[in-house]
Ligand binder design. Structure first.
Ligand SMILES: [Zn+2]
Ligand SMILES: [Zn+2]
Length: 341
């Protein structure tokens, strides 16, 4: 039976460009929410979640018929050392505006001043932030129970490696790219971390984000906007349509720069033990499974390809697809689990 893993764009379904991790003047970003909306809209984005540190403030008043603001915020659990864990919470329902896990002790920068605008969920505000397996998992669980899409952010910047991230359970997604880290110089292709988590039995999606603070102007090569994004397949820009697509994993991640739009997936389908991938012009299409059975299709030098088919081994626990364009920029599918097809 044919299974559509990533649908083709058609008259009923469109791909919307989104950045789900972003900072404004409400915490430590340099641009106001209004500027961010205008600038992202001008760069072809349709969806933005301003996820300021520790303060959950809705920007729904900035949504219009062509642009959707998703409500979200970022929280952290830090220990005594330099390691830390950051999570983004994006509300699945537009009227969910109560901040869970609020912590006065973690406010800093402009967030201190803006905390007065936060609608605090009192029951979870006393939740002690501990940088431990139990502490972080409690935050993830609380976020999910209160209707948030929870992402595990920038393991590289957080100085978290296998012993740390492997402890975290049931997040909706992890950041496979954090462009703010890339422009700082971090080696931030987190495919290894994603595979480690998947091979350990986690079922989660991956996302590319900007985590932009906009210290540098948009035209600067050091600008941290427009480099990591997801493309969400949704019937409309309605808030609930978009978050339903997010929860179902109907999106892919891509990377580029201010000047360069990253590679595109057009569709991924599975039929009779094979996965078929259609893309825009790319240099290679790679199949990364749970087992050692990696496969790749490369274009001849100077040429491009637009599709590939790979055999999926019987009992393969998961596979994911990575495509690379001629400039070396990558796009990532979510992981798919053949036993569920
Ligand atoms: Zn962070
Ligand atoms: Zn951030």
């Amino acid at each position: 039976m044919k299974k559509i893993l990533l649908p083709e764009e058609n008259e009923k379904l469109k791909y919307y460009k989104a950045n789900l991790h972003c900072h404004s003047t409400i915490s430590d970003g340099a641009k106001t929410p209004e500027q961010l909306k205008e600038d992202y809209k001008a760069h072809g984005y349709s969806i933005l979640s301003i996820t300021d540190h520790e303060v959950f403030i809705s920007h729904s008043e900035l949504s219009d018929s062509e642009f959707l603001m998703l409500n979200g915020y970022e929280i952290e659990a830090s220990g005594t050392g330099s390691k830390t864990c950051h999570l983004c919470f994006v509300a699945l329902e537009p009227d969910n505006t109560e901040e869970v896990c609020f912590s006065k002790a973690h406010l800093w920068g402009n967030a201190k001043e803006n905390a007065k605008y936060v609608n605090i969920d009192k029951k979870t505000s006393m939740l002690f932030r501990k940088y431990t397996k139990h502490g972080v998992n409690k935050l993830i669980k609380t976020g999910k129970e209160h209707g948030f899409f929870v992402t595990y952010n920038h393991p590289t910047w957080s100085l978290e490696a296998y012993p740390q991230y492997i402890r975290y359970k049931n997040a909706d997604a992890m950041e496979i790219t954090n462009y703010g880290c890339v422009v700082c110089g971090f080696d931030d292709d987190n495919g290894h971390a994603y595979d480690d988590m998947l091979r350990d039995g986690e079922k989660l999606f991956c996302i590319s984000t900007d985590d932009n603070h906009n210290v540098y102007p948009d035209s600067s090569p050091d600008c941290d906007s427009y480099g990591g994004y997801i493309m969400i397949a949704s019937p409309s820009l309605n808030y609930r349509d978009v978050t339903a697509a997010l929860k179902k994993g109907l999106f892919y991640s891509s990377t580029g720069t201010y000047k360069h739009t990253g590679p595109e997936f057009h569709s991924i389908t599975y039929e009779n033990g094979e996965v078929h991938i259609k893309t825009g012009d790319v240099r290679s299409i790679a199949y990364i499974p749970c087992s050692r059975d990696c496969q790749i299709k490369n274009a001849e030098y100077g040429e491009c390809i637009n599709e590939a088919t790979f055999k999926v081994k019987k009992n393969e626990k998961y596979f994911r697809i990575v495509i690379t364009d001629t400039l070396g920029y990558k796009a990532y599918s979510n992981a798919y689990f053949p036993k569920e097809f």
